[in-house]
Design a binder for this molecule. Structure first.
Ligand code: THG
Length: 817
């Protein structure tokens, strides 16, 4: 079978990799078109400096990079290799950066790549141009190196051509032709070029910096900003005279000055991120033949490079004997969150994008997209952070896309704390409680654009009642002891939490119940008033999301979801007959979680309905009035205490807050923030999708088997589960940490002796249990309760004990009472 007719737009590193990967899976009815000549098309791949550093806070990005390294290492063109594995060295010239290199060593080790921390002498030995006096230490990844991007394009296109793929140079795409099916679905039909139409069942836009322009032809807005980035080349450096090989020294990063370096015989390439952001609109990029050198290469602006050259001469003194001989301002793609844009248009079936991908991840993305297209899902990589449909509506606004793209350029090499909110364009989304939260001196962080209190300084007086242990310096950023006091006050009395940022979807229609049965792992079509915790799975049994499904009417359900991808997933699977609709109701509604042992005493007197255990059991929902506010009350709690999520329309939110606030006073009730929330949920062992488990994990490994009802009828992923059930080799495992200063943040490696055996997902201090908590993915053999393992945290190895979970209230007496 030759597969459907595929047109790939763009023959850069991504398009070429995809053509190769598709054709090697038997899809050979593939045409690659590019407006430029081949293999030097004039896009970003044609000028890319080719440095492949695999280290990344994202596990997926590291894995995409690792595959790119493996693949390019196996490719050559006429005997010339596509990858020079010279290693990658990052050096620190400040104590902060040295600490950061330990953290980066932790990530890359956690993701399974060999890495070594080096002292200054070892750095200089590897890269003798370094000034020993300026270097405090380094991080070496021996498998990093230089990709020859144009050769990689050539090699992969040749391989694809050999299997029958057509590669058409100098074909400019003018339009994407779509048609509407009888059932109302828009589909791609053809790609219109200046040489005529090419029929297509599937189109994949790999057009890089031109992506927004091409995607718009299919009615899709791509949140991508092309930015110019300076790359300069020295003339001959005298001490390097006679270097025959293209590269012998490792590729080098000097992040303290926004710089990187690579060899080219007796010269050096210097890349710089320290200059002002220089965005260019995709519509203003020069056409292939009008460009001075090539469309993605703009004239070098020397003034912007002045500091880079000064810094270079300081770090690499031998360059003082050389001059900058040439330079470019090269365009490449930035996104609002630094991640690529992969997936299918929500509106036009068959129109796909693989955009904002750097050379580093290109072959990995080629493979990921090929699996996704051929198998219907990608099983080698967890792509939830890369999905083009991950954005909230405001994140597609042009000014947001531009501002955040520029910001990401500026922050490329910055040391970013995991909790650090974006610094600009705030506030964007505010809940109806925002004014009150400010009055209470909330410390706000951002969640999906929502301003969300992390803690309230107004709660400082609580510190007189409890001794809250301080974490280490890094974890103490964007933290306050008030976090601990709020957690303890919730367990002791009552607190309200702003849950507005929790994504809410409404599913309605006569087919709603059977649709949701087919989409989720549990029986969600129980009586009206039921609430069910359930999972949505991929075809291969991987977890797409964990959700709550509340049946509010015979044909009306409210879903507590994890983000826009849940809406996208449900929408894609809607029956074609119009019997079900799905709608995001988050923005028009709001939610307060009222939780704690005193919650019932606070709520009952305000309510026109029975909130006793008989009146509303655990995991049941009903309509009621709280004072004059109509609410939907759901009895469940992510913090593990008695109480309800109280939903109302946005216009009544403030009234709900004020009503509860007044009623809480006699009980010393408080407003509490996300810091406390996160600690409480980990004490209770509740997982968070995207952090604790993702597409790559199944319910059995993740400790969520209880949410799967195999006898409930068929649902997506069910068939795959039968096999995965008996093949569990790793487990999401609870670890406790005795030393409060050893409480980690997530993404750290877990060692069993000298060997790294897994990685931390979520972590927090458990104020009730008086221990640090870290959840980690570990092989079953390492996960025996009572064993002591070590977590790599900066330069420390923190002892952590495998523990039975949940750590708090395993008998559920708090919740069910
Ligand atoms: N509230 C609502 N919806 C949500 C969340 C929420 N959807 C997304 C996310 N959070 C889902 N995560 C959880 C995790 C655990 C529980 C609820 C939502 C939970 N679990 C109980 C347990 O594991 O013991 C009960 C499980 C059961 O009885 O089936 O409460 O915060 N609305």
């Amino acid at each position: 079978m030759a597969g459907p007719r595929v047109v790939i737009i763009g023959a850069g590193v991504v398009g070429a990799a995809l053509a190769d990967e598709l054709s090697s899976r038997g899809w050979t009815e593939v045409t690659v078109v590019d407006q430029g000549p081949l293999p030097v098309t004039g896009g970003s791949s044609s000028h890319a400096p080719g440095l492949v550093f695999q280290t990344n806070p994202s596990k997926t990005m590291t894995e995409l990079a690792r595959y790119t390294v493996e693949k390019l290492s196996s490719l050559s063109v006429d005997g010339e290799p596509c990858f020079l594995q010279v290693g990658g060295l990052e050096v620190a010239t400040t104590p902060e950066r040295l600490a950061e290199l330990h953290r980066r060593h932790g990530w890359v080790t956690a993701w399974g790549i060999e890495a070594r921390l080096l002292g200054p002498d070892a750095c200089v030995e590897l890269h003798p141009l370094l000034d020993r006096r300026r270097v405090l230490g380094g991080l070496l990844i021996p498998t990093d190196g230089l990709a020859k991007a144009v050769l990689a394009v050539d090699a992969q296109l040749r391989a694809a051509s050999g299997r029958g793929v057509r590669c058409l140079a100098r074909h400019e795409v003018l339009d994407i032709r779509t048609e509407t099916d009888e059932d109302g679905t828009d589909r791609v039909r053809a790609v219109v070029t200046d040489h005529g139409e090419i029929p297509a069942d599937t189109v994949v836009c790999c057009a890089g910096i031109w992506g927004p322009k091409v995607a718009r032809m299919a009615g899709m807005e791509l949140p991508l900003t092309p930015l110019a980035h300076q790359l300069a080349w020295t003339g001959p450096v005298p001490v390097l005279a006679g270097q025959k090989q293209e590269a012998v020294r490792p590729i080098l990063r000097h992040q303290d000055a926004d710089l990187y370096y690579r060899d080219r015989h007796d010269r050096l390439g210097i890349g710089y991120y320290g200059h002002r952001p220089m965005p260019v609109s995709p519509d203003d990029i020069a056409p292939v033949d009008a460009a001075e050198r090539m469309p993605s290469v703009l004239r070098f602006t020397e003034d912007d490079f002045a500091d880079a050259w000064t810094e270079t001469q300081a770090l690499l003194p031998a360059t003082r004997e050389a001059k900058i001989e040439e330079g470019i301002n090269g365009l490449f793609s930035f996104t609002t969150d630094g991640m690529p844009l992969l997936g299918e248009s929500p509106d036009v079936k068959g129109f796909w994008v693989a955009e904002a991908v750097w050379v580093t991840h290109s072959a990995g993305v080629g493979r990921a997209m090929a699996e996704w297209l051929v198998d219907g899902h990608c099983s080698s990589f967890d792509l939830h952070e890369c999905d083009v449909n991950r954005f909230e509506a405001h994140q597609l606004a042009p000014d947001y896309v531009l501002a955040r793209g520029c910001r990401n350029f500026e922050e490329v090499y910055d040391i970013i704390h995991p909790l650090q909110p974006p610094g600009d364009l705030r506030p964007l989304r505010t809940s109806p409680f925002h004014a009150r939260q400010r009055e209470l001196n909330a410390y706000f962080l951002e969640a999906s654009g929502w301003e969300r209190p992390q803690w309230y300084s107004a709660n400082e007086p609580l510190l007189a009642r409890w001794d809250v242990p301080a974490p280490g310096d890094w974890a103490a950023r964007m933290w306050s002891p008030v976090v601990g006091a709020e957690a303890l006050a919730t367990r002791e009395s009552v607190a309200m939490y702003d849950m507005t940022a929790l994504k809410r979807l409404e599913v309605t229609g006569r087919g709603a119940a059977s649709f949701l049965q087919s989409m989720t792992t549990a029986d969600v079509a129980k009586s009206v008033g039921s609430v069910t915790y359930s999972l949505m799975l991929d075809q291969d049994g991987g977890i797409r999301s964990d959700i709550t499904v509340a049946r509010l009417g015979r044909d009306r359900f409210q879903i507590g979801a994890n983000g826009p991808l849940d809406l996208d997933w449900l929408t894609r699977h809607l029956p074609r007959d119009g019997s079900v609709s799905v709608r995001d109701i988050t923005s028009g509604t709001c939610c307060i979680g009222l939780w704690g042992p005193k919650a019932r005493e606070v709520l009952q007197p305000l309510a026109d309905s029975d909130f006793s255990n008989r009146g509303l059991r655990y995991f049941r929902a009903k309509r009621a009035h709280i004072g004059s506010v109509p609410v939907t009350a759901m009895r469940l709690s992510y913090v593990g205490e008695l109480g309800w999520e109280l939903y109302t329309d946005a216009d009544m939110g403030l009234k709900l807050w004020d009503t509860l606030w007044e009623a809480m006073r006699p009980y010393d009730g408080i407003a509490a923030g996300r810091g406390a929330f996160n600690s409480l949920r980990l004490e209770k062992g509740y997982r968070a999708f995207g952090t604790d488990m993702t597409y790559e994990h199944d319910p059995y490994e993740a400790g969520l088997a209880f949410a799967v009802k195999l006898d409930q009828g068929d649902f997506i992923g069910r068939a795959a589960l039968e096999e995965r059930m008996t093949a569990v080799r790793r487990r999401l495992t609870c670890l406790t940490i005795d030393d409060p200063r050893g409480v980690v943040m997530g993404k750290e490696p877990v060692y069993d002796g000298a060997a790294c055996v897994g990685y931390v997902t979520s972590a927090a201090y458990g104020y009730t249990i008086g221990k640090g908590i870290a959840y980690a993915w570990l092989p079953i053999g390492a996960a025996a309760p009572g064993r002591t393992l070590q977590i790599g945290y900066f330069e420390r190895r923190v002892p952590a004990v495998v523990s039975e979970e949940p750590l708090f209230d395993p008998s559920m007496s708090r919740l069910r009472g």
